[in-house]
Design a protein around this ligand. Sequence first.
Ligand code: BGC
Length: 765
Amino acid sequence: MKWIYSVSLAVTLAMQPAFADELFGQHPLTPEARDAFVTDLLKKMTLDEKIGQLRLITVGPVVTKEVIRDMIQHEQVGAIFNTVTRQDIRAMQDQVMQLSRLKIPLFFAYDVIHGQRTAFPIPLGLAASWDLDAVAQVGRISAYEAADDGLNMTWAPMVDVTREPRWGRVSEGFGEDTFLTSAMGRTLVESMQGKSPADRYSVMTSVKHFAAYGAVEGGREYNTVDMSPQRLFQDYLPPYKAALDAGSGGVMVALNSVNGVPATSDSWLLKDVLRDDWKFKGITISDHGAIKELINHGVASDPRDAVRVAIKSGVNMSMSDEYYSKYLPGLVKSGEVSEQEIDDATRHVLNVKYDMGLFNDPYSHLGPKGSDPVDTNAESRLHRSEARDVARKGIVLLKNRLETLPLKKSGTIALIGPLADSQLDMIGSWSAAAVAAQAVTLRQGMENAVAGKATLLYAKGANVTDNQGIKDFLNLYENAVQDESRSAQQMLDEAVATAQKADVLVVAVGEARGMAHEASSRSDITIPPSQLKLLDALKATGKPLVIVLMNGRPLALVKEHQQSDALLETWFSGTEGGNAIADVLFGDYNPSGKLPMSFPRSVGQIPIYYNHLNTGRPYNAQKPNKYTSHYYDAANGPLFPFGYGLSYTSFDVSPVKMSATTMPRNGKVTASVTVTNTGDRDGATVVQMYLRDQVASISRPVKELKGFKRIMLKAGESQTVSFPIDVEALTFWNARMQQVAESGKFSVMIGLDSAKTQNAEFTYL
Ligand code: BGC
């Protein structure tokens, strides 16, 4: 595979500036050797040098390269963020070696969220693949490309479980489920860090945002989080723990408060849970500017106080502010912060630098001088075929009336919509160093697919939005939405005229990438009105209508669902998105993605998630009763449930077979089904296993995902899929906050989505 490069690491140290010889050498990458080394190094450091290590700086218009040079010379910086080329990184590391007293290497970090030079699908789209091998490949390639740019750390994975489609950052995470998110996070940590973050093509991960950021009230960005300890420990904390158990060297602290305490000032979270209970040995880093925000939170009186609170609460490194350097010396002098507390924080920073191998070779991710790529955006640096393959796996077929899809590569196809030819939107938000101009749009992908066989017509049809306020918002930091010289009516007329010439319509609608990002919360999760108008006009032509959705969150799609003949969820699918979507549209790839989040019918249903409690008065659609838990003006269930997704073939799931009807204490049982491809095409699907604790000391969810397996079946083929169930799958946090597995009956539900399952049960003794 392309990511396994047999590059010999002939880093000739002689070609680099002279090192402080006693610091660098072949230090064994073991915790014992590291502790001894760091203890020794700490003894040589002045208080100011230690405090300097606690500062992570963003290079930009305010803190320019010249300012950084000065800071390096005066030992005022420990790590750099937002510098992404080997040339720039090398220059700074050179300055450390030449200008600083102790020559402690900097580490370099960046938001490598779904690829570095190559954009893979946004994490929500990756989650929709339910394919851990594909996710591992994304992790390895992202780490390879990041390390090849000289980076040592990524601010990923983001494992904030969320039931809030209004929140813009749902695009960055893996959806609503704890088990799926944990699996994704664990896989990314393992694949990005590889055998060791010190390896030439590995990067250290920094799992975020600790903790529970995905539960912000009302989905409003940076808002309050308040939840029971049971829910926190059962549903929201496990993915962070899974990432740390997989070895993540870093933790980014969340911006929000949890139960009234901002995470940045939460010593219970950062010390008791993280360090004492979970035995985390790596580094905690504040989120961007979070320390001074403690003043707004109302837990610190001024910047100095905020620094005192943050360092004492366990925030080791501060991101993008000057406060640690400015106030820690005085706080130590006055005795409000002890030198021991500074030593502890500095030790964590030095530990991760050691683990990154920077004391063996500060240039380990840079290679020898002269080896830097001439063109950082060179085509040869991309991993296109892998990106195409992964993107196809995350695409979810939501509807396919009368086999509208796959399309034939003949006749005339009209491709219409504001997202049909948009490179910028295709790569999605948090696209790291990916270049939009290298992305394949849907238009390009379809042209590639039908070249010489069918006629492809194109019309934009509408703007993503005609709302000036939203346009201004999207254009704040990038040229995201350009004003059309034509009027909305002219675009619409052109689209209808184009549609009339075609046999079938493919319409690409949804969100601009900036609509599903940090600070992009929405109170309305429908497709913007300009595009709905376009859909109405195209529906009126009577032509078969294929809606291709591009978006970073679940949308409310009741009308579009009714209007469409086929509905395809493609998220923001990355550099090779256009080719990947075309592969699915034309049947060169049989869709197999499954939703990692429920799609509500309307905002009013939020929060809506599959693993809810039953309530004392559950609603029964077959036997409606006024005094039951429901809305009288809308259905209870989502439009599309968690785990849902169709295929061009059909599958049958047999009744569940249990290896035994009882499970001994701390023993195991196995649940199996046979899945048969009953259609006439080969295809993959995801078999999902859910459990329910029928009677427990506290009310337990109606179902919880406890296993999944992606399988490929040839037409007519059958496969038996078995899920071992152990005690871990049965445990929960009880009312006294003890983790227990209680005896009694458990339901086992196995299916190809969370709503339609084959059921069995067993008794836990
Ligand atoms: C985000 C983090 C991100 C950081 C650096 C913050 O605003 O919350 O997720 O890693 O910026 O880009």
